[in-house]
Design a protein around this ligand. Structure first.
Ligand code: NAP
Length: 267
């Protein structure tokens, strides 16, 4: 098990957590999958009011303790009252009194960030959320959002990152590392594209590298993501089988040559 710092909070979160976008196909199995993931020590789960998966997450965390719950407010609710109302809805669906990490899902230029952040700070003051995060924000958008906060710091930016999608390496990753803002890597398996015929060459490369560690291609792909300083990953695993496999992605290391071979792959 590996943990990483959450921003400058002093709090540790697991290097792997569970994404829940597109949950709902088989809620019973999905609840079991999350519970298994938590039992194995990966006590971080990510959802959003937009995903329709908060109730499933709520069911999975019902009898568990110490789960770090991250959810998101949709950009259409970024006005002051909208944020407060959206948070109340998420608290209800999740069945919790407090959300650990409340994230702005995407930037919304049509509502002043100062208004949105005023509401986010009210939620912290009222004890409804613990930490404020953003998602899909650029360096500049993070700076504007941080400047709008009076007495809180942005602890994380949730952005797409995988072997297939590496844009954040062109600046955002360094910016977040320097400013101690955690990166929560979404779609770390390329939304399943890793398993498509188009990327069979990459899959074979990962499989070959994994063989030497007794690991699978999926486990190598996730290990590569979280081997980056300051980055945790939230794969979506809809079954206990996938949760078991994804749980084996940490606790071991790719060597320098293996990292270079993967880095050399261009999507
Ligand atoms: N903030 C944002 O804007 C944003 C955007 C996209 C995603 N996200 C978050 O990031 C999470 C993950 O991203 P994602 O759902 O886009 O894609 P992903 O995690 O890259 O890929 C999910 C796909 O990989 C499959 N998978 C997982 N483990 C597997 C395994 N061991 N073997 C074979 N297949 C496996 C899943 O299949 P099964 O479903 O069958 O397990 C699913 O088809 C989301 O659920 C969401 O929480 C956030």
């Amino acid at each position: 098990m590996e943990f990483k710092d959450l921003g400058k909070t002093g709090e540790k979160i697991p290097a792997i957590g569970w994404g829940t976008w597109k949950y709902g196909a088989d809620p019973g199995e999905e609840v079991n999958a999350l519970k298994l993931g938590f039992e194995r020590g990966f006590r971080l789960v990510d959802t959003a009011e937009m995903y329709n998966s908060e109730a499933i997450v709520g069911e999975a965390i019902k009898d568990a303790e110490g789960i770090f719950v991250a959810t998101k407010v949709s950009p259409s609710h970024f006005d002051y009252d909208g944020v407060i109302k959206a948070c109340d809805g998420s608290l209800k669906r999740l069945g919790v009194r407090q959300i650990d990490l409340y994230q702005l899902h995407w930037p919304n230029k049509s509502i002043p960030i100062s208004e949105t952040m005023r509401a986010m700070e009210k939620l912290v003051d009222d004890g409804k959320i613990r930490y404020i995060g953003v998602s899909n924000f650029s360096e500049r958008e993070i700076e504007e959002a941080q400047a709008a906060l009076k007495h809180n710091e942005i602890v994380s930016d949730q952005v797409e990152y995988s072997i297939l999608v590496r844009q954040i390496e062109n600046g955002l990753m360094d910016y977040c590392r320097k400013n101690r803002i955690s990166i929560i890597a979404y779609s770390p398996l390329g939304q399943g594209k890793l398993y498509s015929r188009k990327y069979s060459g990459l899959y074979e490369l990962l499989e070959g590298i994994g063989r030497g560690h007794g690991k699978s291609a999926t486990q190598v792909a996730l290990n590569w993501v979280v081997s980056k300083e300051n980055v945790v990953a939230i794969p979506k695993a809809g079954s206990t089988t996938h949760v078991l496999e994804d749980s084996g992605s940490v606790g071991w290391k790719l060597d320098k040559k293996e990292m270079e071979r993967i880095n050399g792959f261009l999507a």
